[in-house]
Design a protein around this ligand. Structure first.
Ligand SMILES: Nc1ncnc2c1ncn2[C@@H]1O[C@H](COP(=O)(O)OP(=O)(O)OP(=O)(O)O)[C@@H](O)[C@H]1O
Ligand SMILES: [Mg+2]
Length: 297
């Protein structure tokens, strides 16, 4: 396995009396879409700025590409900051080309990449408009384009979907998935839990500067689930001895097992009664429920 793309070890960062990040450690694997979650003010942006070497940690260490941050690595990392900073009187294409060249891409290549990405995200029609004349969402698309068009190996995206309509959000999601499939590493901070569920295999959740969740999302969701399964079958459950509660939902029947029962007891019962079982899976608690539970605790 290749070394982690990003490693944080026991990182701490305070702003005077505010401890923004405390004892944070995690790894981002090369080629994954890693979700960074947490409520407002939790420390997400601070973490991303620490990774980008905009802030230095008070203690602990951060490695990118398996070593301490080197200046020349900056060109290999694309950063979509939380503050959208493209208000400019320059024209769209010129701005993107300029930003891509700043990342060390030679001019002809920068132009080709710019035009390709403008087209890909259906922004070619505004290439000669001034950036400041575009709507907020479209300015954000331009900023995203400027980030990906330099073809960085790691993408650090701070709330990339905020302010986008569903069509544009979906287009950006598709791009992010394709980039990851092509081997790029993506760190994504967002409040949109449904997107995290569909995009990320691993997540880190921070709350008041500290880790509250870290790891494989599916494992986390299962760990937070009560003793329940989702079953699609033609069985009638009223005589089953193992069931505390059964509620039909869109994906079948969600069955909460009685305390002493395990999923395999129910499965054995289904087989015994001769039921036709189409699917049988361990229920997962929605990430949003886990998030709210952790924040309220
Ligand atoms: N430059 C700074 N100077 C002083 N305090 C800061 C600075 N940057 C962040 N903080 C503080 O650090 C804490 C974490 O802020 P941060 O911006 O990292 O949160 P966040 O998780 O990104 O929140 P949001 O979801 O609202 O963007 C907050 O208490 C914030 O006020
Ligand atoms: Mg933030």
């Amino acid at each position: 396995m290749s070394p982690p793309a990003i490693t944080l070890h026991s990182v701490r960062k305070a702003f005077r009396s505010v401890i923004a990040v405390q004892d944070v450690s995690f790894e981002v694997h090369a080629g994954e879409i890693f979700g960074l979650l947490g409520p407002n003010g939790a420390g997400k942006t601070t973490l991303l700025r620490l990774i980008m070497d905009i802030f230095r940690p008070d203690s602990g260490s951060i490695q990118v590409f398996g070593r301490h941050f080197l200046k020349e690595d900056k060109a290999r990392i694309g950063y979509l900051p939380e503050e959208r900073g493209l208000y400019t009187r320059q024209k769209v294409q010129a701005v993107v080309e300029y930003l891509v060249q700043l990342k060390g891409v030679p001019q002809p290549q920068a132009r080709a990449n710019t035009l390709r990405w403008l087209e890909r995200l259906e922004m070619l029609g505004v290439k000669d408009r001034k950036v400041q004349e575009l709507s907020k969402g479209n300015q954000q698309k331009i900023q995203f384009i400027a980030t990906v068009a330099a073809d960085p190996e790691i993408l650090i995206l701070d709330e990339p979907f905020s302010g986008l309509d569903p069509v544009n959000a979906r287009a950006m999601i598709q791009v992010i998935q394709e980039l990851a499939t092509g081997g790029k590493t993506i760190v994504l901070s967002t409040h949109q839990m449904n997107l995290v569920e569909s995009l990320c295999r691993r997540v880190f959740m921070i709350h008041q500067g500290r880790q509250v969740l870290y790891g494989n999302l599916e494992d986390i969701q299962k760990a937070y689930s009560e003793n329940s399964v989702i079953v699609r079958s033609d069985a009638g459950y009223s005589h089953c001895p193992w069931i505390a509660r059964a509620v039909a939902n869109g994906r079948g029947t969600q069955i909460v097992l009685s305390d002493n029962a395990r999923p395999r007891d129910l499965l054995a019962w289904l087989v015994e009664t001769g039921a036709e079982v189409e699917s049988f899976e361990r229920a997962k608690t929605p990430l949003e429920d886990i998030f709210i539970k952790l924040v309220q605790e």
